[in-house]
Design a protein around this ligand. Structure first.
Ligand code: WTA
Length: 654
């Protein structure tokens, strides 16, 4: 979905909201100026928003120079992230709800877990992990549905200093196995089966299949979500519910350095296999909690709901760490927006009197298509702030969100950020900025965006300009490295435009100086808000015996934002057929997961290549987009006739 900056309307916050908000326009301007002119003074002060065991004396120490990229924040401070998210609230709000768990089935009772209960549950889980041999610095893979135990597991790792690596429960066993091996995890935490949208996913049996390809010593801790039968290997599989009955509900939080890793999260890039993004304890938590408070104008007592899954960074920062560090009540929803029907989101908002609601444009587009009655049947008067994340939002969806869901009362914060950035990088602040449909508006405190010319790498000054988006100074939640491969970290983010962090997105700065994200400029696509490397889908396809070669690109899709378009060249002995298409689709789902399921597969007798054998993706993208007029220069192609064949046989239906 391209976001043309054609919308010129802007929506200022109401006077009431501006007056009661943490940050109004004048305060934003003053704080922003201070944050970029003297970042150490700014963050030295704001770092104090969390509790430190040993206070830091150094603030930032960061270099973006290739060959020497090194990022540290608060490097001599010590803290414990779980104590910040739980223990420090016990005295003042022990009986307040920390987590509202809304199950997949609306007839199953919601759970309200207080901070005191959260403390007990996290300590028990931490003690269980220790019993299984997990120690400070060890890795734990979490492969759980959206149940409270997912948050317990994250915080339990943080409590004992273990590093969690969450694998989204929609990933296949192959993808899971690769991530268990990639981080050399000691334990995998999973559930028997996971209800979602009225159906069940067999998580434990996926783990069984994954562990066939992992070290024998890897243990599996199983949460009983449904009580469904699963296979059981004594000595390897452990019953969480049984062990929790015995485990002590006290566990002393480990003293961690600010720079000790908190988690690894695998994400897709433009080349090769997904990389393990590493986030550390101190800077990440400061930034997650500060962005949660200011972006959503969170106030004491608010009920905050982020509909993401904890398998993605959005769930890490804005379901668990940010809200809990702020002592908020955070909603965890196990289900999907359309089950039992398209009013589910709005029913949950009404039921739990949600004040801030944060979701992905793809969900809004799907719900918008179902008609307004599903929204209008619910009482949404508790909503104050709406948010979007993950992909550009088209003005139609923005306007629907604003008018129908928000009743024109609720500012929409369109938050641009990435797994790598740990927290919001650009977003309007609700009490400070007039929003524009489709614009991420302004940098957050401490973020200094620059627009570069993609060819020359020169900084483009002034307004009404477009280019690639880079950031020229570090912020506390910046990723520190790629797990086990610092060179890849430097190469991916700091080598194209030297001295800058290169985000991989293009952007426009409009005449007012506000930012519009125009989408990825690399081979990363965004399907239903899920980030995916086209290279991953290609390597899954070519692993099939009938496939000789494959090229994958994104194409505009009404609901998903982008769909997955595959050009496949078959082996000589393979016959193209609809059967084979189906088989390849299933194959990719097994290799990666349902989110990577190809939308369109076109048989390509040949792919457009340069004389040196490089696939010209630009051309394939244009064909997939149905934009033949703009194929550009094809003179360097080895066999120009290939293109005519591809155009003639372009797929336009599944
Ligand atoms: C895209 C998700 C436009 C962008 C938090 C980025 C967005 C990628 C927005 C990161 C937005 C995220 N407007 N595009 N508000 N938010 N993106 O790592 O292309 O899953 O680079 O992090 O999503 O995806 P990731």
């Amino acid at each position: 979905m391209s976001t043309e900056a054609t919308e010129t309307r802007s929506y200022p916050p109401s006077a009431d909201l501006a007056a009661s908000a943490h940050i109004d326009a004048a305060r934003y301007d003053a704080m922003y100026a201070a944050s970029v002119s003297d970042p150490d003074a700014f963050w030295g002060e704001h770092g104090k928003r969390i509790d430190w065991i040993k206070p830091y004396t150094k603030v930032s120490n960061a270099s973006f120079q290739p060959g020497n990229v090194d990022i540290k924040w608060f490097e001599d401070g010590t803290l414990n992230v779980s104590a910040n998210c739980i223990d420090r609230h016990l005295e003042t709000r022990g009986d307040q709800t920390a987590i509202i768990f809304e199950p997949d089935d609306p007839n199953e009772a919601a759970q309200h877990i207080t901070y005191t209960q959260l403390h007990g549950a996290v300590c028990r889980m931490a003690n269980i992990l220790e019993e299984l041999g997990v120690r400070k610095g060890d890795r734990v893979v979490i492969y759980l549905p959206m149940i409270p135990e997912a948050a317990y597991a994250m915080l339990a790792c943080a409590r004992i200093g273990a590093i969690h690596s969450i694998v989204f429960a929609g990933f296949s066993s192959d993808a899971l196995g690769a991530r268990v091996n990639g981080s050399d995890a000691k334990v995998v935490i999973t559930a028997d089966t996971a209800p979602r949208g009225g159906r069940k996913t067999a998580l434990k049996s996926n783990v069984d299949a994954a562990l066939l390809h992992c070290k024998d010593s890897v243990k599996c801790l199983v949460v009983k979500r449904t009580g469904d039968q699963t296979t059981w290997i004594d000595g390897r599989d452990f019953d969480y519910n049984e062990m929790a009955l015995e485990a002590s509900d006290y566990c002393k939080p480990a003293e961690m350095n600010a720079e000790d890793p908190l988690f690894i999260l695998y994400t897709s890039g433009s080349t090769g296999q997904p990389k393990g993004v590493v986030h550390c304890s101190g800077g990440y938590l400061v930034y997650a909690s500060m962005t949660h408070q200011y972006t959503f104008d969170y106030h004491e007592g608010d009920v905050f709901w982020c509909t993401a899954d904890v398998g993605w960074v959005t769930g890490h920062s804005y379901i668990v760490y940010g809200p809990l560090a702020n002592g908020a009540t955070t909603v965890m929803f196990e289900g999907v927006p359309t089950y039992p029907d398209a009013s589910r989101f709005w029913q949950v908002c009404e039921k739990h009197k949600v004040n801030q609601f944060y979701t992905a444009p793809t969900a809004l587009r799907a719900l918008m298509g179902q008609g307004d009655s599903f929204v209008e049947s619910c009482d949404l008067s508790s909503l104050r702030i709406l948010g979007t994340v993950g992909e550009p939002i088209n003005p139609e969806a923005w306007n629907w969100y604003n008018d129908v869901v928000g009743g024109g009362r609720c500012p929409i914060v369109d938050t641009w950020w990435q797994t790598e950035t740990g927290g919001h990088m650009m977003t309007p602040l609700p009490g400070a900025h007039a929003t524009k449909p489709g614009s991420a508006m302004k940098p957050f405190f401490g973020v200094h965006p620059v627009v570069l010319d993609p060819q020359s790498g020169e900084v483009i000054e002034g307004n009404d300009v477009e280019g690639v988006l880079c950031i020229d100074q570090s912020w506390p939640a910046q990723m520190r490295t790629v797990w086990g491969d610092h060179e890849r970290f430097e190469k991916t983010y700091f080598s194209d435009y030297k001295g800058y962090y290169f985000a991989g997105d293009g952007c426009r700065r409009d005449a007012d100086g506000d930012y519009w994200i125009t989408g990825r400029v690399d081979d990363v696509i965004n399907v239903s808000g899920h980030r995916m490397g086209t290279a991953e889908v290609e390597s899954a396809l070519v692993a099939h015996a009938s496939v000789a070669e494959a090229a994958v690109v994104g194409y505009p899709h009404d609901i998903k934002g982008q769909g997955i378009y595959c050009y496949v060249t078959l082996m000589n002995n393979a016959e193209p057929s609809d059967e084979l298409r189906k088989e390849l689709r299933t194959w990719v789902r097994t290799e990666i997961g349902p989110i990577a399921s190809p939308d369109l597969i076109q048989w390509a007798p040949g792919l457009p290549k340069t004389r040196s054998g490089k696939i010209m993706r630009r051309i394939l993208r244009k064909i997939a987009e149905n934009d033949y007029g703009a194929l550009g220069d094809t003179s360097t192609l080895a066999e120009p006739a290939v293109v005519d064949d591809l155009i003639e046989n372009r797929m336009n239906k599944v």
